[in-house]
Design a protein around this ligand. Structure first.
Ligand code: FES
Length: 575
């Protein structure tokens, strides 16, 4: 074996009993001895699981990656990483994002790997694996699994997630029958892939591409498109080159790359969840990023992409219109992209998209004639109700509610609210501000996507379709409504949200970026003195570790002891 200087040679090039053990057991899989000749060993982290339907095809994607790795002279080894399925995991997949990040990082570091390909899809798997790659800082390429084909129901396109909210409202309001709803379920998710709206999965796939961590066009090829598999094979070739060039995530995910991602998120009308995930990834890399930085960077960027839940189209349409490179080229041509940011292709972001074409201006608009004007994307709010900040997705909100004053109707959990939401005598009208709290990282725990509670039935029956809601939890990227999210500090941490009482006046002024509880400081101090923190959720296990160490939303909700990186030193021998 030649000593290539790669970390894997410390396993497979070792002499004596230890080296024999490392090689012999690998040979039980039928590999010939050439695989131990000092070539790059590439791990393929697969978040495949039948319990995570959005990722269920990643096993097949991995086969394409392997082809590319073999072609380029590497040795591919697939390994499972925690599959976080958004739809099934309770209390929320977000509770486990940091666990995936920790598990994947430890597996990368403890094994004889020189580089990794990260296979993700569903919402938390993309940020979780990027956080892991940032912590370990081995050369890495991401391949997301791609969106589902467009949903089709009664002759119209229906978006996963987005349509669910509408179907539920239509059912409650009597516009749809139970049978129609059951039929629509099957029409909405009709192929492999992740949600095909511009929800969190599509957003984070786009963020991975904008950060330079996945190949151009990777975010948008549908999961069942042959080009998804071609791109995966190309990624297998690319990772071997990245190992040879020692081009690592810390050199790619720089401050400039994050600024590109934030602007791209504004241009695609991406999910509010991108804010939390990008903060967490940046934290692992030591890249300074703050909520105010998001606000400042995104404010000049118009929304270019006309996709649900903000707009009309779906990811399949976005793909055929030119995909993310067409958006990035538009930003680059307008001076809104750091064109020199290096990417996994080995080329700069600007060069990658220099020839990108738009084939459908209904789907991808221009900076001069945008879908929505600059400054109307995700906004960061401040005020005595959210000293650490809160966010609102303006494009998913009702314009008439962006400046609003109303009386609070307060609930300590979504369950408390739903227990009375159908009550015809509920003291609520369209001006009421619904406050749903104890839904933050510590409070729920895990900060679930429960903030956009369905409207009270009596208002739905009167035709009301939106009202202001305030919560310390998150909202699905597929959802819509005038919902103030990620209020920080959360109620469970003793933030002012815990002190609101039913009947208090609340003022929302999104143009001024302000959220105000009209209660004096003296009264709030007095209420805080009488506030009692909720009982802990757990005394052992992951939930205990999580609730003891999770940071607030404005810091990315990572665990405090995982901020920063541990690198990839070769651990002590095991035998
Ligand atoms: Fe997996 Fe939407 S549920 S991406």
């Amino acid at each position: 074996m030649t000593d290539s200087g790669l970390r894997s040679t410390q396993w497979f090039g070792a002499t004596g009993r230890s080296g024999m053990a490392h090689r012999s057991w690998m040979r039980s899989q039928g590999f010939t001895t050439e695989v131990f000749d000092g070539r790059p060993v590439i791990g393929i982290a697969t978040t495949w699981s039948e319990l995570a339907p959005c990722n269920v095809h990643l096993h097949r994607v991995a086969e394409s990656v392997k082809r590319g790795v073999w072609q380029a002279g590497g040795f591919p080894l697939e390994f499972p990483a925690m599959a976080l399925g958004e739809t099934l995991l309770r209390p929320t997949a977000m509770l486990y994002r940091n666990l995936l990040a920790m598990e994947a990082a430890e597996l990368m570091r403890a094994n004889p790997l020189d580089g990794v390909v990260l296979l993700s899809g569903c919402d938390k798997t993309t940020p979780g694996l990027l956080m892991a790659a940032a912590s370990v800082d081995l050369p890495a390429v991401m391949v997301t699994g791609g969106p589902m084909l467009n949903g089709k129901y009664q002759g119209t396109d229906v978006g996963s997630g987005t349509a669910v909210w509408r179907f539920e409202e239509d059912l409650v309001a009597g516009r749809m029958t139970q049978e129609e709803c059951a039929f629509a379920e099957g029409c909405m998710a009709r192929s492999n892939g992740h949600c095909m709206t511009m929800g969190t999965a599509s957003t984070m796939a786009s963020m991975a591409e904008a950060l330079g961590m996945q190949l151009p066009y990777s975010a948008t090829w549908p999961a069942v498109d042959a080009r998804r598999y071609e791109t995966a094979q190309r990624a297998g070739q690319v990772i071997v080159g990245l190992v040879r060039d020692d081009l690592r995530p810390s050199a790619i995910m720089t401050r400039a790359a994050f600024e590109n991602a934030i602007r791209v998120n504004a241009a695609i009308g991406g999910s509010t969840n991108a804010v939390i995930h990008l903060l967490a990834i940046a934290g692992r890399l030591g890249v300074p990023l703050s909520l105010d930085g998001f606000e400042a960077l995104a404010r000049d960027v118009p929304t270019l992409v006309n996709l649900q839940p903000n707009g009309q189209y779906l990811m399949e349409d976005f793909c055929y219109a030119g995909g993310l490179p067409a958006v990035m080229r538009e930003l680059a041509d307008s001076g809104l992209l750091h064109a020199d940011a290096i990417t996994v292709t080995g080329s700069a972001a600007g060069a990658n998209v220099a020839d990108a074409q738009c084939w459908n201006r209904e789907v991808i608009k221009t900076v001069t004639e945008p879908f929505q004007p600059a400054g109307t994307g995700t906004a960061v709010l401040r005020g005595n109700l959210a000293p650490g900040g809160a966010v609102i997705k303006q494009s998913a909100s009702s314009p008439h509610l962006l400046k609003h004053r109303g009386r609070a109707l307060v609930f300590d959990s979504p369950a408390d609210y739903y227990a009375v939401s159908n009550d015809p005598d509920l003291d609520v009208d369209e001006d009421t501000v619904l406050v749903i709290r104890y839904c933050g990282p510590r409070g729920y725990p895990g900060m679930p996507e429960v903030s956009n509670v369905a409207l009270p039935r009596k208002l739905l029956l009167r035709g009301v379709r939106d009202m202001v809601r305030i919560c310390d939890g998150r909202m699905s990227g597929t959802a819509y409504g005038t919902v103030i999210l990620h209020v920080s500090p959360e109620a469970a941490a003793g933030g002012p949200l815990a002190l609101v009482r039913t009947g208090d006046w609340i003022t929302l002024d999104v143009p001024a970026r302000a959220l105000t509880l009209e209660v004096s400081d003296e009264e709030l101090t007095s209420r805080h003195a009488r506030w009692e923190p909720p009982a802990p959720h757990a005394s052992r296990g992951w939930t205990y570790l999580y609730t003891e160490h999770v940071m607030q939303a404005d810091a990315g909700a990572d665990l405090d002891f995982l901020v920063g990186a541990s690198g990839h030193p070769v651990p002590k021998d095991s035998h």
